[in-house]
Design a binder for this molecule. Sequence first.
Ligand SMILES: Nc1ncnc2c1ncn2[C@@H]1O[C@H](COP(=O)(O)OP(=O)(O)OP(=O)(O)O)[C@@H](O)[C@H]1O
Ligand SMILES: [Mg+2]
Length: 462
Amino acid sequence: MPRPRILVIDDEAAIRESLRMTLEYEGYEFVGAATGQEGLALAEREAPDLVLLDVKMPGMDGLEVLERLRHVNDTLPVVVISGHGTISTAVEATKKGAVDFIEKPFASERVLVSLKNALDTRQLRDENRSLKKAVEVRHQMIGDSRALQQVMAAVGRAAPTNATVLIFGESGVGKELVARTIHRNSLRARDRFVQVNCAAIPEELIESELFGHEKGSFTGATEKQVGKFEQADRGTIFLDEVGDMSPKTQAKVLRVLQEGEVERLGSARTIKVDVRVIAATNKNLEEEIEKGHFREDLYFRLAVIPIHVPPLRERPDDIPLLVRHYMDFFSRENNVRSKRITNPALEALQRYRWKGNIRELRNTVERMIIMTGSDTVDLPDLPELVRSPAGAAPAKLPGDGEGGAKAGTLREFKENAERAFLVGKLRENGWNISKTAEVIGTPRSNLYKKLEQYQIAQETDG
Ligand SMILES: Nc1ncnc2c1ncn2[C@@H]1O[C@H](COP(=O)(O)OP(=O)(O)OP(=O)(O)O)[C@@H](O)[C@H]1O
Ligand SMILES: [Mg+2]
């Protein structure tokens, strides 16, 4: 910290003067005020790091000054000095937010210790605050494409409710980020966000993981365990990869959703829980239902608010913002100066099809920052695959290229025709999926499936 600036508000000139000498000798910067009014003005103008405040002053007394200071700046530490050091004044000053209380007459050491403590605490708190800010940046949703705006609007509508949310989309599109954003903007934000990756937990353990177990309820259950649903009580549980749950677990989860209660394995007692459920999957649950892998009743319970996070190649407008965001982020992380990026490099990044979506883009940018020696990222600094046309999202009509000529079978011909038809209609409708689906008379989900099947991605001008 540079020289800390201390504002002393005291009506006695002799005390101000002695404090000035002590403080300046110890390397502090001194600012003095003879009245409460003057002190308040200086507090705003001089941005002090700490205030030493006398209680008994003519005009506005110290306690009132303290109260007003709190209104303008509730983090500024204030140490109160008083010759009338009755307990009640001390208590009141503390209640109003003073960090310490010193009685007159005081030894200068006493003042210095108090200052040091208060300033250290403040520095810690400031550091915490910037850490928290770094966390916020990490959880920020970047992008302003129409597609992402629609997602954000859905998040905004879902957040304040207790409704169950089902988030679906390809791997790496930001489903977890969406889930966390909903929780952070919900009334449950102060309580826990408990995440369970249903695909990563072995079948035989998932029930005890979710619902807990009593000691001795099965071989290996040497201690009792509180389940994730209980841990998430009053908060949010995030069931990630929900499409991978076994039928038995599905049945139990359904019961929690219906009854709001859980039963630990090996216990007959039911425990009430108040949990908001957010689920995510990269599977097509409707197909899983058809195949008999997923319970339809559970699906409807989960999908009260469905949110589809579209793949990155369908929202190329977000790519420049994301690239900038991650370039700055990884420059900070690696302690290097932020780099520039040339237009050809940015255009190549926008054309690439990003099968791994934002996760892949993030990793690519991280590598780019580490590997590029110069101040500017250019085309040769990108990974081979990103640069090559093979990696680009297809924008050509198969009919006007080699695809049509190669159609040897009736099926290939039909597929090519269907693909060309869809691309044409999408173009006509400005790549608006809902509108296109409506125009060609097919459900939106079906159109998404086709886009995936034919790997159709929105064309970019680059
Ligand atoms: N809009 C966004 N802005 C900034 N970062 C994002 C955005 N969307 C996703 N990310 C980042 O991309 C990475 C992948 O996101 P996330 O883990 O949420 O994806 P996912 O859909 O849950 O993937 P998977 O299906 O593989 O679990 C994370 O590092 C996340 O912070
Ligand atoms: Mg995820």
